[in-house]
Design a protein around this ligand. Structure first.
Ligand SMILES: Cc1cc2nc3c(=O)[nH]c(=O)nc-3n(C[C@H](O)[C@H](O)[C@H](O)COP(=O)(O)OP(=O)(O)OC[C@H]3O[C@@H](n4cnc5c(N)ncnc54)[C@H](O)[C@@H]3O)c2cc1C
Length: 397
């Protein structure tokens, strides 16, 4: 529908409109060529706030992406718990890390300094139409400027689970199955500074919980559940977790005062179609996060940067550029995520007793095999060994 009142408002023209100033959108902007004029519209008032994610990642990826080391804490002890089993890993090779999410996102935004990229915070993309000349006219509502339009040659959907651009243009829809998470953030206290905990079972039904120490000496205690696999909200599951007394088993005490973070992530099968003419999706809007644990920040940055480079080539006349981006993502994710999503669906239905068996089995994996599972990397060796351990467990009852 065209709101004719909008047509009378200001029109700002640019080459590329990027919807969403999360890690994906900011990374597209930072890797556009110097002559490309882009506008990032971001509905939140600030970059990186409120925090909607827990920032778990890997040291080697942070190094490869050039994230300053003071913005993440390296983890060398990773402990898994179910109700009656545990698997503890002293990680030597591929160390996890926990980001200061706000600092990292602001750093990603700073990488566009000096470019022809405008960042509009407090500006919500409302809808979009494709004009006869192939350009896109988008309606924006901003706290500072009121209502206005942006005319662009391309639109990038980096709006996360909301898939705002795809929905508006009828090219896709919001995910029907989502991971919904809540986090309490408080001072770390005596919890070991380089240890992280993942827990499953009766205190985190259909999902999992985590305890992550941040670089600024805080702890993030989070629980995520999958909707509609459960009717429970993460808040209800968190309340039950508090009442269960499990926190002490994992080495934490929940104080009376804490900050609360919350977020949503798609939990649907990977769809390789990313390019719709001059509309392209990336990050969570393209369902790039890993299906096993929903880790998506490093991937949003890596593929956002690739998309920025390919969009520049596309605008310069290279008609294969966007296809290269789509093909690179397909090569990277399609097989692993297909298998990972099967695992996701299966484990979402596990009973606490089934989780006990799985965590006990996890404890028999090598550090490298455990890491591959968490990263949703299902090479033949990991799959063969997982099948073998399953078979052995069945045979031995
Ligand atoms: C509870 C939880 C815990 C997580 N834990 C981890 C973790 O430990 N490690 C990890 O790597 N990943 C984690 N993830 C996943 C990770 O947060 C995402 O994969 C990542 O943020 C994707 O980045 P993105 O830029 O695509 O989307 P987002 O980070 O969602 O950014 C999109 C932005 O677009 C804005 N936006 C949406 N609609 C509009 C609109 N209409 N107009 C303007 N702006 C709009 C939103 O406000 C949002 O800030 C977690 C997710 C959740 C929900």
């Amino acid at each position: 529908m065209i709101f004719w009142g909008w047509m009378l408002t200001d029109i700002i023209a640019c080459d590329v409109l990027i919807v969403g100033g999360g890690p994906a959108g900011l990374s597209v902007a930072s890797h556009l060529g110097d002559d490309v004029h882009s506008i990032v519209v971001h509905q939140d008032a600030e970059i990186g706030l409120p925090v909607r994610t827990s920032g778990g990642t890997w040291q080697r990826d942070m190094q490869a992406l050039g994230i300053p080391p003071e913005m993440y804490r390296v983890i060398d002890q990773l402990d898994f718990f179910s109700d009656n089993a545990e698997a503890r890993f002293a990680v030597k090779d591929d160390k996890m890390a926990v980001m200061d999410v706000t600092a990292v996102y602001r750093h990603l935004a700073s990488l566009s300094d000096g470019k022809r990229s405008e960042l509009m915070t407090g500006a919500k993309f409302l809808s979009c139409i494709e004009q006869e000349d192939g350009q896109f006219l988008s309606q924006i509502r901003s706290r500072d400027r009121g209502n206005f339009n942006i005319l662009s040659r391309m639109v990038i959907d980096a709006s996360g689970w909301q898939c705002a651009v795809l929905e508006s243009l009828g090219l896709g829809q919001k995910p029907q199955r989502t991971g919904v998470g809540i986090e309490y953030e408080f001072l770390r206290g005596d919890f070991e500074p380089n240890r992280a905990v993942l827990f499953v079972g009766s205190s985190a039904l259909t999902g999992y919980g985590w305890i992550f120490p941040t670089p600024d000496n805080r702890l993030r205690l989070g629980i995520g559940v999958i909707n509609p696999d459960t009717d429970l909200t993460p808040r209800q599951v968190m309340d039950a977790f508090e009442a269960s007394g499990q926190a002490a088993r994992y080495g934490i005490e929940i104080p009376e005062d804490y900050e609360t973070n919350a977020g949503i992530i798609p939990s649907e099968p990977y769809d390789p179609e990313l390019v719709f003419g001059n509309v392209v999706r990336t990050g969570d809007a393209a369902n790039f996060a890993t299906p096993t644990v929903g880790e998506g920040i490093r991937i949003a940055v890596e593929y956002g940067r690739l998309l920025g480079t390919e969009v520049t080539a596309h605008l310069g006349g290279d008609d294969k550029a966007l296809g290269r981006y789509e093909a690179a993502a397909r090569r990277e994710f399609q097989r692993d995520y297909k298998f990972g999503f099967m695992v996701n669906k299966r484990i979402a239905g596990y009973s606490p007793e089934r989780w006990d068996k799985s965590v006990a089995r996890l404890g028999r994996l090598s550090e490298q095999e455990m890491t591959a599972l968490v990263r949703s990397r299902f090479n033949l060796r990991t799959m063969a060994r997982t099948i073998w351990l399953n078979f052995k467990a069945k045979v031995s009852g």
